[in-house]
Design a protein around this ligand. Structure first.
Ligand code: GLP
Length: 244
């Protein structure tokens, strides 16, 4: 779906999430949300916060699983996705802290493998993700599933692509400060979500959006695996859709 404005598009996505939360509340069920970081979902979070404050949207039944985190990374660092999520969403809504799951960038190397297995297990125990929000990186990554990621991969640690680190460099005040590794939910984890919405805004996403939607399915552009998912929608603005 192509919108002329990313703000209008973000409001639509927030409305879909709010409807899902309310529907689950009526059934007395948890609503399991997979959440993303980066600049793309910021307006969606802003709108959800507004709905919480002005339309009494409650998050008391919501359980969240974030896609990724840099590794190693302290929770208190302004660069952490932990910090990002609290700043943009969690600090402003009534979600129960025990229902927030974000890959832990401080887990020791020895525990990392088991930690990732347990992250996927926990999602499974909740019955899987009801909704997964995604952005896309210029390498074609979703979460931090860089080129070469297997279609059936689970949560794991990965090495960041050079281009991903270049794109992150300005916020880290230089590429040397960007971590070389991250923890990410796998492609297999994401693809099990019942509903996926990917957001992309701006000219600099146009060529990867075209490759992702129109190109062959390949591990070289991990987001192309979404073509196989039966309930995925790409929400784009005119600039991101210009090459389609
Ligand atoms: C990072 C995140 C991704 C995100 C991507 C795009 O690499 N790990 O989950 O989709 O950035 O970021 P932006 O939305 O800022 O373009």
């Amino acid at each position: 779906i192509v919108f002329s404005s990313s703000v209008e598009a973000s409001i639509c996505v927030a409305q879909e999430i709010a409807e899902l939360i309310r529907a689950k509340q009526k059934e007395n069920k948890h609503c399991i949300l997979g959440l993303a970081t980066g600049s793309s979902p910021i307006k969606v979070y802003e709108e959800l916060v507004r709905m919480h404050k002005e339309e009494s949207l409650s998050f008391s039944n919501v359980v969240t699983f974030n896609l990724d985190e840099y590794y190693p990374m302290d929770k208190s660092s302004v660069h952490s996705y932990y910090y990002f999520m609290h700043q943009h969403l969690f600090n402003h809504i009534d979600i129960q802290p025990k229902n927030i799951n974000i890959p832990n960038g401080t887990v020791s190397i020895d525990e990392l493998h088991q930690y990732c297995i347990d992250y996927d297990l926990k999602i499974k125990e909740y019955g899987g993700l009801d909704f997964q929000l995604l952005g896309i990186g210029r390498t074609g990554h979703i979460g931090f599933n860089e080129p070469g990621s297997h279609y059936n991969s689970g949560t794991r640690s990965i090495t960041l692509d050079h281009l991903t680190r270049v794109d992150a460099a300005p916020s880290f005040l230089g590429i040397d400060n960007v971590p070389k590794k991250a923890i990410t939910m796998g492609i297999g984890t994401v693809k099990k979500a019942k509903r996926i919405v990917l957001l992309a805004w701006g000219h600099n996403k146009a060529s990867i959006v075209k490759e992702t939607i129109e190109g062959e399915i390949t591990s070289e552009v991990p987001a192309t695996y979404l073509q196989e998912h039966e309930n995925t929608t790409f929400i784009l603005n005119d600039e991101a859709a210009q090459d389609l």
